[in-house]
Ligand binder design. Sequence first.
Ligand SMILES: [Zn+2]
Length: 200
Amino acid sequence: MPFFSSGSKDSLKKFYDKDPKVLGSGNFAKVYKATVKNDHEVKKPDGTFEKLPKGMLVAIKDIDKAKVEDMNDITREIEVMEQIEPHRAALDVIEERIAGIESTLADAAERRDAALAVVDAELAVDEAHRVELAEAVDPGLLATYEELRARLGGVGAAVLDGRRCMGCHIELPSADAQVIRGAPESDVVTCTECGRILIR
Ligand SMILES: [Zn+2]
């Protein structure tokens, strides 16, 4: 009994009388027995045609539960079928389902790209804001800051929280902390541990 199926439920009805009794079922497909209604031909992978005469008994595999999670199973099944059941018509049904899954994946990728575009736009605004602020800062201090930022993982300045530098998270010796706190407000002070500019 040849194994094959057809491209859609409509052509199934047109060419075959399907016995409603399920012969076997797997994760995403059921196998039915069917009888050929009208003489017709189906194309085989080697390009030749096979005649299916009226009244011939065939097996139909109906894939009805294909999900994204089934992708690997379906792909593996196609590989197996290509080896043992080289029938073009059976492959057509499955490949049609995969096209549906691929379009679902493409939709998801599109939504992801749209979300990334929003993030990019927000980053561009932040960057413009940073440039604006930098222009208002003393060039010497800015150069120091940029040098520290490049050398210290992108963080050139840190808040001094009590005696703790929030850049390196080390608690400064009390004497150092006292000197830093006592310095005039206009002085630029740095962490004695990591060298970052401290924000008092
Ligand atoms: Zn530090």
